[in-house]
Design a protein around this ligand. Structure first.
Ligand code: AP5
Length: 221
C-alpha cells in the first residue's frame, strides 16, 4: 500500500491518514507534521521552514524532498506508506518518482479529496490541536470532552498559527496555483482516484476501505 493523499488544506488528509495507517499498519508521512516538529526543535530545516509555514507558503522543495526520501527508504516503509501533504508541486512529484524508482517501488494510488472551499475554511478556523500529544480536534465537529482541553493528556489546546483566516486564504491560493495541477499529472499516470472530502470522517473512511478492497490495495509483505 503506497498512497498519496492530495487535496486542499482542511480536506481531512491528516485525519484519514491517521486512521488508515492504524487500520493497515503502514506508516503515515505528513510533511506538515515533520516540519512543525522541526520548527519546535529549532533544527536547521525547522529554522529555514518557519517563516514559509507562518505565511502559508510552500517550504523550499529541497528541504521537503529530502525529508520524504529519507523517510520512505527506512525499513518500516517497506510494508507501505501514506504520504499526506507531499508532493505539493510538479518538481516534488518528479523527485518522488525518481526516489521511488531507485527504491524499486511504485505508487498504488493518488487519492484526491475533492472539497468545497467553505468546508476547508470551516474546518481550519475551528481546528484546535494539543501542543503536547498533537491530537487534533475541531470546536464543532470533533470537540474535546472538556472545553479546550486535550482528552488524552489534559493539556490546553491551541490554534495552529497558520489557521488564521488570512493565512488560510493564502494556503488555498497556493494550493490552487501549485498543487492542483498535480491532478492532471496523476490522471495522466492513471493513478488518480477522486473521493469527497466533504463527507464525515467515518463515511469517508468506510469509502476508502471499500476502494482498497476492490482494487486489492493492501500492505506489502
Ligand atoms: P500541512 O500540515 O500539510 O497543512 P495542509 O495541507 O494545509 O493540511 P491541513 O493539515 O491543514 O489539512 P488536512 O487536509 O490534513 O485536514 P485535517 O485532517 O488536519 O502543511 C502546513 C504547512 O507546511 C504548509 O502550508 C507548508 O508551509 C508546509 N508544507 C507541508 N508540506 C509541504 C510540502 N510538501 N512542500 C512544501 N511545504 C510544505 O483536518 C482539518 C480539521 O478538520 C481538523 O480539525 C479535523 O478534526 C477536521 N476534520 C477532518 N476531516 C473531517 C471530516 N471529514 N468532517 C469534519 N471535520 C473533519
Amino acid at each position: 500500500m503506497r498512497l498519496v493523499l492530495l487535496g486542499p488544506p482542511g480536506a481531512g488528509k491528516g485525519t484519514q491518514a491517521t486512521v488508515l495507517s492504524k487500520e493497515y499498519n503502514v506508516i503515515h508521512v505528513s510533511t506538515g507534521d515533520i516540519l512543525r516538529e522541526a520548527v519546535k526543535n529549532s533544527t536547521k530545516a525547522g529554522n529555514l521552514a518557519k517563516s514559509y509555514m507562518e505565511r502559508g507558503e510552500l517550504v523550499p522543495d529541497e528541504i521537503v524532498t529530502k525529508i520524504v526520501a529519507e523517510r520512505i527508504s527506512m525499513e518500516d516503509a517497506k510494508k507501505g506508506f501514506i504520504l499526506d501533504g507531499f508532493p505539493r508541486n510538479r518538481s516534488q512529484a518528479e523527485e518522488l518518482e525518481k526516489n521511488l524508482k531507485n527504491l524499486g517501488m511504485k505508487l498504488d494510488m493518488v487519492l484526491y479529496f475533492k472539497t468545497k472551499e467553505r468546508t476547508s475554511i470551516g474546518r481550519l478556523t475551528g481546528r484546535r490541536v494539543c501542543p503536547k500529544c498533537e491530537l487534533n480536534y475541531h470546536v464543532k465537529n470533533r470537540p474535546p470532552k472538556e472545553d479546550n482541553v486535550c482528552d488524552a493528556c489534559a493539556t490546553a489546546l491551541v490554534q495552529r498559527k497558520d489557521d488564521k483566516v488570512e493565512t488560510i486564504k493564502n494556503r488555498l491560493k497556493v494550493y490552487e496555483s501549485q498543487t492542483k495541477p498535480l491532478l492532471d499529472f496523476y490522471t495522466d499516470k492513471r493513478l488518480l482516484h477522486e473521493v469527497s472530502g466533504d463527507k464525515d470522517v467515518n463515511t469517508l473512511f468506510a469509502d476508502l476501505k471499500a476502494i482498497f478492497g476492490k482494487k486489492n490495495i493492501r500492505p506489502h509483505d
